[in-house]
Design a protein around this ligand. Structure first.
Ligand code: ZN
Length: 462
């Protein structure tokens, strides 16, 4: 196998099991990579040749981007081949008039953000892992992140895709148009499929005009009902420029504003909820004035009880780095991380119920809640002692996931299913929906060699 793969991509671009075992398994992981080989193709044609060989020999393939996923969606087994897109990092074109970027799938998100910025454009997908996550991985998992409320998920930013199918067929669907209703929109099948239907090799992405003004506030809110009202108030008052509405429960705010965290609290730490509010606009002075008027009016209505408003880019950065400092959850224990989705009207009851049921079920723990409130997406982090992790994890999952069934909430708003959430898929998808997913998988990958066993098992009994 190693020799055959080296003949395709070159000697230096195939790592054997021993060589790849020195690499980390990814973000927030203690273990190392495992696989029979790791292949690093440079072009779509090389990916296609690798897939032709693996298809002919019945070898399963797991695709790797930046390894920033959190659901074990890119774990490989000892007899599988990893196709890493780390050498496919070319930004092929940025077209300022059409406002598109054509890139190879291994381009790092932040690299594309900076390249678009240099053309006075913006690629608005943004998330904490921007420095490692790849565009191909963002598309394969339909990544969400911080600005979904304004720009949508990755799905909404992809115009076209090139994909290598399980048998090595290259499906070129590199549409450049915003509107194209000529039949099925095939790219959508692959976006969010977590590498189970094809390997995304190139993408055409929609860019936006670069915002010229940036206003950020960190505000304290007296209760949950006020937070929901504040979201509507700011969205209405800002006339379409609201670009983030990031909620933080008190315990999370304390975590990221208290040593050993680097951040310090811009406002006092004893309020129940905090929100980072961001507006992106086009005119510095008038946008700042409108932002401030909206906040003042919210204060008069007692939707806000305290606020720090950015006066500089450094302030904007400091407020955002509090929200992004999720890594603090790694201090002093092991975190179980969730990305659930539910209606805003259900959130307060849901989170209070979780807070009250956790102690009896798992004993000593820490609970932090934050998230993209405007999208109905909460991140819940339950930290336990390392020695308790394996025993407590299923109990925590049951307490987080089971209550979602009552209102058809989602077990995954943005991280995907991978291996981690497979047992709970039926909470968010019906039997009929999963049956169609299986049919599509069989149609595109009849030998089940692409990331097998992720999202759901091919056998309907498991
Ligand atoms: Zn998130």
């Amino acid at each position: 196998m190693i020799e055959a793969l080296r003949a395709i991509v070159g000697d230096g671009n195939v790592l054997d099991a021993a060589e790849l075992a020195t690499r980390s398994a990814g973000a927030w992981r203690m273990d190392k990579l495992k696989a029979a080989a790791l292949v690093r193709p440079k072009t779509t044609e090389e990916v296609a040749q690798v897939m032709r060989w693996c298809h002919a020999h019945g070898v399963s393939v797991v695709t790797h981007g930046g390894l920033t996923g959190l659901v074990h969606g890119s774990d490989a087994a000892a007899d599988q081949v990893i196709v890493s897109l780390e050498r496919m990092r070319e930004i092929e074109e940025i077209n300022p008039r059409q406002r598109t970027a054509t890139v190879q799938a291994g381009v790092v998100l932040q690299t594309l953000q900076e390249a678009a910025d240099a053309h006075d454009l913006s690629f608005p997908l943004d998330l904490g892992a921007r420095g490692s996550a790849t565009i191909g991985g963002n598309a394969a998992t339909n990544a969400g992140g911080n600005r979904v409320i304004r720009y949508g998920m990755t799905r909404d930013m992809v115009l076209g895709l090139e994909v290598v199918l399980a048998d090595g067929t290259i499906l070129s669907s590199l549409n450049h148009l915003i509107k194209n209703n000529a039949g099925y929109d095939l790219k959508q099948l692959f976006i969010g499929s977590e590498g189970t239907l094809g390997i995304i090799t190139r993408l055409v992405l929609r860019l936006r005009e670069k915002p010229l003004s940036h206003n950020v506030a960190l505000v304290a809110v007296p209760n949950f009902v006020a937070m929901g009202k504040l979201l509507k108030h700011m969205d209405r008052s800002l006339g379409g420029s609201l670009s983030a509405f990031e909620a933080m429960w008190q315990s999370f705010y304390r975590l990221v504003t208290t040593a050993p965290a680097k951040g310090r609290p811009p406002i006092a730490q004893d309020y129940p909820y905090y929100v980072l509010i961001e507006s992106l606009g086009a005119e510095r002075e008038s946008d700042a004035a409108r932002f401030n008027v909206a906040l003042e009016s919210a204060m008069e209505q007692q939707l806000i009880v305290d606020a720090a408003i950015s006066q500089s880019d450094a302030d904007c950065h400091a407020f955002w780095s509090l929200r992004d400092d999720v890594g603090q959850a790694m201090q002093g224990g092991l975190p179980v991380v969730f990305d659930i989705s539910l209606p805003i009207d259900e959130m307060e009851h849901y989170t209070e119920n979780l807070r009250s049921t956790l102690p009896a079920a798992i004993g000593e723990h820490k609970l932090w809640i934050f998230g993209h409130l405007g999208d109905g997406n909460l991140h819940i982090v339950v930290q336990v002692k390392p020695q308790d992790y394996l025993a407590m994890r299923p109990k925590i999952e049951a307490l987080v996931y089971q209550p979602l069934a009552a209102f058809r909430g989602s077990i995954s708003a943005e991280h995907g299913i991978g291996l981690e959430k497979k047992p709970y898929l039926l909470i968010s998808r019906s039997e009929a929906e999963i049956a169609i997913m299986r049919s599509i998988k069989v149609a595109l990958d009849p030998k089940a060699i692409l990331n097998p066993g992720k999202i759901f098992s091919q056998n309907s009994n498991s």
